[in-house]
Design a protein. Structure first.
Lengths: 324, 272
């Protein structure tokens, strides 16, 4: 088996809004290979979840999708309905955010984890599927008794683990974790991320980890991409990006995370003035320019694309440089 | 009140009626209710031999009432099965698939909702030969739309749940989504609606039989009341001909209502 790879080529997603089109993702190019988890960070509304949904074509009807989503070389965008259903979960699976809501409250956890097996492996009996699900649930570290329970009888962290088991149960080539930790406490958060990366490495699964928490992503991913207003504005190896951000937005995101035990950090000004732009009315030039500390007159006229910035990094900024 | 006092009174009452309907032919010898072979004197008030008196043909009103439950329930249950089956199917189709097809279905449902029951039944009785069929059709055709509307609302609520999005992401087809997620979630609503529809169906069957639109060869509560009205039992002041079937009907309808309320109020033990 060749190593799994997922490539987004110039992907744009435009929602059909009540008052005209809403460009949620604007020409994003991103590659994810097995063994090298990629982290996707950004504020709410920057288009992270839209990318996750686009990969499985889970977007609402009428949404315009251009560019290519190559899953092992096969384009998801032009896939037929039957093939798409087969690819969903068996090819690429999603770990949803909000674990309580993604589980049906009136069905047992084990039956729900078994669902993808029943759907995708023809000829599997209910018993076989349930055994497989129970095995997967124990692999993610849930106590044996939990599988026969209903979702509300599990804690938030346990439910999230169950969703990870569900994502892995069909041995997919890819797993997209869409804010897998937003509903769990800090301790469980680290456990969830460790489990995801460990399982992905073990089974040679490609992993795309989506979060607004840049610090969390730095602990788990080999590469990071930062999104702003539907675009990737900085992309590079985790260590470089975290220690020496080149885009002012990345710098601001990193500075927004408090450092416990560093008294000086408490007095350092941080955070960003203003709000993320309305996708239907983007500012002229660089979308970040109204909030940018380094903005110049040229920024308001040039819509700068992502371009090479050093050997392994790319930045979409006219004035890239170390944080000031 | 019903919930707090005697929660199982409604279902117990319905069960009692069903038992009566099943056992009636064992207790009452065949042919006893044939007007020609009736044994008692006409219109006698309640006595030891006839606990609820006799009607104008000399038949025991107690036996008539017991036997009448058979036909009333049979027609009611059959009409309800038809109405709930059709209504729930249409609701699932329109709620799950939506789109232009769903919008058309919704308009069709609205058209049937406003169809007046009684004039429609009378018209149907005029077109078709008198018997069970026009009654059955009249009840089913005028009831399914109400079921469809209530169930559709429940389906829409379930469709908006994130776990259905998750199931779609799993690659599940429509059959799987409907069978494993939508239908189990709306089942309590369907059951409660069915109980109410059943009450209404029995009531309508009685109304139609009373108006003489039912099957003339069958004994039902409506036909007992009809006979009482046309043969002069009412003018003769024979209250015992009117009260037993009427009260039996009221208690049964209340029993259905209480059952529906009970079904609706049972919190699903598996949901917090």
């Amino acid at each position: 088996m060749t190593a799994a790879d997922l490539r987004l080529q110039d992907l744009s997603v435009t929602y059909r809004g009540a008052r005209g089109p809403v460009p949620a993702v604007r020409s994003v190019t991103l590659a994810i290979a097995a063994g090298a988890p990629v982290g996707l960070a950004g504020e709410s509304g920057s288009g992270k979840s839209t990318i996750a949904h686009a990969v499985l074509r889970l977007l609402p009807p009428g949404t315009e999708l251009t560019g290519q989503i190559l899953l092992d070389g096969e384009d998801v965008v032009t896939m037929g309905w039957g093939r798409l259903r087969a690819v969903r979960w068996a090819g690429a699976a999603i770990v949803f955010q909000g674990a309580l809501h993604a589980l049906n409250p009136i069905r047992r956890v084990v039956d729900q984890v078994a669902e993808p097996v029943l759907i995708h492996s023809a000829g599997t009996t209910h018993r076989q599927a349930r055994d497989r699900a129970a095995e997967m649930l124990s692999r993610v570290g849930l106590p044996a008794g939990t599988s026969a329970r209903y979702p509300h009888q599990l804690s938030g962290g346990q439910r999230q683990l169950a969703l990870i088991a569900m994502a892995m149960v069909c041995s997919p080539r890819f797993v997209i974790a869409d804010e897998p930790t937003s509903a769990v406490d800090t301790v469980t958060r680290a456990r969830v991320v460790r489990l995801l990366t460990a399982t992905a490495a073990e089974q040679d699964i490609g992993l795309l980890l989506i979060s607004h928490d840049l610090t969390l992503l730095t602990t788990a991913c080999t590469r990071l991409a930062v999104m702003y207003a539907g675009r990737v504005i900085e992309h590079g190896p985790t260590a470089d990006l975290a220690s020496a951000p080149r885009h002012p937005y990345t710098a601001a995101l990193l500075a927004a995370a408090p450092a416990v035990g560093d008294p000086a950090a408490r007095y350092r000004p941080r955070g960003l003035p203003g709000d993320p732009p309305d996708p239907t009315a983007l500012p002229p030039g660089c979308a970040f320019q109204p909030r940018c500390p380094r903005a110049t007159a040229a920024c308001a006229t040039t819509d700068v694309e992502l371009r090479a910035d050093g050997p392994a990094r790319r930045t979409a900024c006219l004035h890239p440089g170390p944080a000031t | 009140m019903i919930r707090r006092g005697l929660p199982l009174l409604g279902p117990a009452c319905v069960a009692g009626y069903l038992l009566t309907a099943v056992l009636a032919p064992l207790l009452i010898p065949a042919g006893r209710l044939d007007p020609v072979r009736a044994t008692g004197p006409p219109l006698t008030p309640p006595s030891y031999r006839f606990p609820l008196g006799t009607d104008s043909a000399g038949r025991s009103v107690l036996e008539l009432t017991l036997c009448g439950s058979r036909w009333s329930l049979l027609i009611g249950v059959t009409a309800t099965v038809l109405a709930v089956g059709l209504g729930a199917a249409i609701a699932l189709a329109s709620g799950h698939f939506g789109g232009p097809g769903g919008a058309v279905l919704d308009r069709v449902v609205e058209w049937f909702v406003i169809l007046p029951q009684l004039p429609f039944a009378v018209a149907l009785g005029g077109v078709l030969a008198p018997g069970a069929l026009p009654v059955l059709l009249a009840i089913a055709v005028t009831s399914w739309a109400g079921v469809a509307r209530v169930v559709r609302a429940a389906v829409l609520a379930v469709e908006a749940e994130p776990y259905l999005e998750r199931v779609r992401a799993l690659g599940a087809g429509h059959v799987h989504q409907l069978r494993h997620h939508v239908l189990p979630a709306v089942r309590p609503v369907v059951l409660a609606t069915a109980s109410l529809t059943l009450a209404n169906a029995v009531l309508t069957e009685t109304t139609l039989s009373f108006l003489g639109l039912g099957d003339p060869t069958r004994v039902s509560w409506g036909s007992v009341l009809h006979d009482a009205a046309v043969t002069g039992a009412v003018t003769a002041g024979a209250w015992w001909c009117l009260l037993p079937p009427g009260l039996a009907l009221i208690v049964l309808v209340l029993g259905f209502e209480a059952s529906a309320r009970l079904i609706g109020s049972i919190p699903d033990g598996r949901v917090r």
